[in-house]
Design a protein around this ligand. Structure first.
Ligand code: ZN
Length: 279
């Protein structure tokens, strides 16, 4: 009886050790699995371009809503993954395309009468012209003609203040990290929307295509590409020009530059930077 008990105890402690050993193995395996998973996700994030939509989408929404969403990560309105064939092979620009340690100027850069706002030529934080009246009038005229052609255009995001851009950009950095945020959202002082001359355009009734590449494939998107210059607008961030403009293709972002320059840029088939020689 005693022996049995002793044996039983031994057996029990043996079982105990096996149990502990097994637990340790399971825990280690779990840690390794989590590690591999996180690594894969990291790679994915590096390869994938973030949804072009995000900056601008949130532009229409209240900041509070954006913040709330940042904790829930993915949802249909604000996809965190590209919706379509983003150029996976394109690498993010070094330092997001910005000049290291650059300080915002006290005066805007104006080249041939054009106010410049890009990653090399930022605006003063105090630059706050509001939405351009000329740009608005031109847009309304364009929208009127588009309506006759069968499209109801909407300018869903135009002027954005320095402060608003600051909040917006920092929300994206907190959510997606700086490297990713830099590909689709401008740092405060660097957004063309601060000039009051940039209009994000979509089609009424097709809100799901706002801020997507697909908008460029629609009849309305194609009509804009062909006709916007007649009203003084240019497609600001064309396909394959990220190295020059600092931004991936944005089918919705148009910049008002006036009739003459818009026609010239369209005719030349180049970006604004290339046309003005400020690459
Ligand atoms: Zn825009």
């Amino acid at each position: 009886m005693k022996r049995t008990t002793t044996y039983g105890n031994k057996n029990n402690s043996k079982k105990k050790y096996i149990w502990i050993g097994a637990s340790v193995v399971v825990i280690i395996a779990a840690v390794i699995a989590v590690f591999i998973y996180l690594n894969q996700n990291d790679e994915k994030n590096q390869n994938a371009e973030p949804a072009p939509a995000e900056e601008e989408k949130a532009g229409q929404e209240e900041t509070a809503k954006t913040e709330e969403k940042s904790s829930t990560a993915t949802n249909e309105e604000e996809p965190t993954e590209p919706k379509d064939q983003q150029s996976q092979e394109e690498q993010p620009l070094e330092n997001g395309g910005y000049i290291e340690g650059q300080v915002l100027p006290t005066e805007p850069t104006i080249v041939e009468g054009v106010v410049i706002a890009n990653k090399k030529y930022p605006l003063p934080s105090t630059y706050a012209p509001g939405e351009s009246e000329s740009a608005r009038n031109a847009f309304e005229l364009m929208a009127k003609d588009a309506r006759e052609a069968g499209f109801e255009l909407v300018a869903f995001s135009t002027y954005r203040s320095f402060e608003y851009q600051d909040t917006l950009y920092n929300n994206y950095v907190n959510r997606d990290g700086k490297e990713n945020a830099d590909r689709y959202s401008a740092r405060p002082g660097y957004s063309e929307h601060q000039t009051g001359l940039a209009f994000d355009i979509g089609e009424k009734g097709k809100e799901d295509l706002w801020l997507t590449e697909e908008f460029g494939e629609t009849e309305a998107g194609k009509w804009l590409v062909e006709n916007a210059y007649k009203y003084g607008f240019i497609l600001r961030y064309p396909k394959g020009k990220e190295a020059i403009t600092g931004y991936m293709y944005e089918s919705w972002h148009y910049r008002y530059v006036g009739l003459h320059l818009a026609a010239e840029v369209k005719e030349a088939g180049v970006t604004l930077e290339e046309y003005l020689g400020i690459e």
